[in-house]
Ligand binder design. Structure first.
Ligand code: NAP
Length: 309
């Protein structure tokens, strides 16, 4: 697809009386192979044509976005949208930000940012916990908060006004993550770093927390049975790891609002159903206008409307 200049637009405008344009989703992915998962969800969400670009880097975004902006007339641009994915959330942030900076009126297209499913997963996790605990007034412990999903969980809880203990095996990485979130515009006053290998600090954090989110890499146990039982005030425990062993000892992958004592437990598949609905609805929302930017916050709104429907 090449940018042929604004002259083409006037011609395209005449053609825009054709009632329906095909929905085109342009997938910008930083990995060597664009995510198959994201491609399948896009088609299942009703996208007619999926253009997948892999190995995308921020300097290349301008040309790709121009191709989306100037081929259809402004009245039809709601039928073209951008999906930013890939496993590296930092590059994803840069791609999304580069894409937004290229757009101007009236040649806008909607953008969804969900690198590695981080935002849709985090929105589903936070909304699941919020069914059982007031996150705004409590303290949440986010384990492995340095990853893509963990960072998005911290962002969303902070946006609700809640306090967050940002857990990592390394307190330095926890501090770096808080700094990184600050650079992204997240208010960081309510974020406190924790190195989880300091067991006494971890136990204190567990006693203070009303919700715990395990956002560790697949197949990694973050809390043993003994440590999890130190969480006497926990009302929600969310484990996003689907690969055995569980991230939180004893939580089953299909647990969904499963009550154990005072605590409601969710495993990865227990959260995954809502995540998939949010992901699909977000894709559909892209095509309802040409000016949407769907990030973690927008996905929370989408998730809330799904839950209240
Ligand atoms: N349910 C769903 O729908 C869904 C969707 C997407 C992702 N997920 C799952 O959500 C989880 C988080 O995803 P992600 O992409 O953010 O994960 P990730 O980037 O691969 O890892 C997150 C963090 O895990 C910690 N970690 C890595 N290796 C470890 C090890 N060997 N031992 C202990 N900790 C380790 C690291 O934190 P520190 O180095 O700071 O300790 C890392 O930053 C994954 O389990 C993923 O499969 C679930």
């Amino acid at each position: 697809m090449t940018f042929k200049g604004l002259g083409q637009w006037s011609q395209t405008t005449l053609e825009s009386s054709v009632p329906t344009k095909k929905k085109i989703l342009i997938q910008l992915d930083c990995d060597d192979h664009a995510s198959v998962f994201d491609g399948v969800v896009a088609i299942d969400a009703g996208v007619d044509h999926l253009f997948q670009y892999s190995g995308v880097r921020p300097p290349e975004v301008r040309g790709l976005i121009h191709g989306a902006m100037f081929t259809r007339g402004p009245a039809d641009l709601h039928s073209t949208a951008i999906f930013v994915g890939g496993s590296d959330v930092s590059i994803g942030h840069e791609i999304a930000s580069a894409a937004r900076s290229v757009l101007f009126d009236p040649f806008r297209v909607s953008i969804m940012f969900d690198s590695n499913g981080c935002n849709s997963t985090a929105a589903a996790a936070v909304l699941s916990a919020a069914k059982h605990v007031e996150l705004a007034s409590g303290k949440s412990l986010v384990l492995a908060a340095t990853g893509a999903v963990g960072q998005a969980v911290c962002t969303l809880i902070t946006s609700l006004g809640g306090q967050v203990i940002v857990g990592s095996r390394s307190v330095a990485r926890a501090e770096e993550t808080i700094e990184k979130l600050g650079h992204l515009g997240v208010p960081i006053a309510g974020l406190a770093p924790l190195g989880i290998e300091d067991e006494s600090s971890l136990r204190i954090a567990l006693q203070e927390a009303t919700a715990v989110f395990a956002c560790g890499a697949a197949g990694v146990e973050l809390l043993s049975s003994d440590l999890l039982s130190a969480g006497v005030n926990l009302r929600a425990a969310i484990d996003l790891n689907a690969v055995p062993p569980a991230g939180l000892f004893g939580i089953g992958v299909t647990d969904k609002s499963l009550q154990r004592g005072n605590r409601f437990d969710y495993g990865a598949l227990g959260v995954g159903g809502l995540k998939m609905k949010i992901h699909k609805h977000a894709i559909q929302q892209l095509f309802t206008g040409n000016n949407h930017f769907i990030d973690a916050h927008e996905m929370m709104k989408i998730g809330r409307s799904i839950l209240s429907a």
